[in-house]
Design a protein around this ligand. Structure first.
Ligand SMILES: N=c1c2ncn([C@@H]3O[C@H](COP(=O)(O)OP(=O)(O)OP(=O)(O)O)[C@@H](O)[C@H]3O)c2ncn1[C@@H]1O[C@H](COP(=O)(O)O)[C@@H](O)[C@H]1O
Length: 110
């Protein structure tokens, strides 16, 4: 499941050196962090609107599309700051393990 994140992250890194005219990601890196954050904000809003629509209509097609845009632009933001998806996945894994331990502790398991 995470292979696509790893492969995409490699491409996003390569795009830091590439020609901004031929690549959307290079053009974002060249425009800088503020432009990338603007896109993350836009995609966040579009995802929220799509979620509300999905609740109303029961159709999640747009929600999936907008969430992909949000994840993608978040990866560009992380790449711009030299953070790879591995760091985020490791943090989620750590929290998942911790919550498992907390549940066990609450049950009194050893
Ligand atoms: N996954 C994506 C991806 N998802 C979304 N987008 C682009 O993100 C933009 C979404 O922004 P909007 O919906 O606001 O559309 P827009 O109005 O065209 O954007 P703006 O002009 O406002 O910036 C669109 O231009 C999409 O094409 C993506 N562009 C690239 N990728 C991946 O990134 C790789 C490198 O892309 P390039 O740098 O373009 O070669 C590609 O191989 C893909 O795998």
């Amino acid at each position: 499941m995470t292979d696509v994140l790893k492969e995409l992250a490699k491409v996003l890194e390569q795009r830091k050196q590439a020609d901004a005219d031929s690549s959307y990601v290079s053009s974002l890196h060249k425009k800088g962090l503020n432009k990338i954050l603007e896109k993350v904000g836009e995609e966040c809003t579009e995802t929220i609107l799509a979620a509300k629509d999905a609740e109303r209509s029961g159709d999640t097609t747009d929600l999936v599309y907008e969430t992909a845009d949000l994840w993608f632009h978040s990866l560009v933001m992380l790449s711009h700051l030299d953070v790879g998806p591995d760091a985020i996945l490791a943090e989620l894994e750590r929290r998942f393990d911790l919550s498992g331990l907390e549940e066990k502790a609450a049950r009194g398991d050893k």
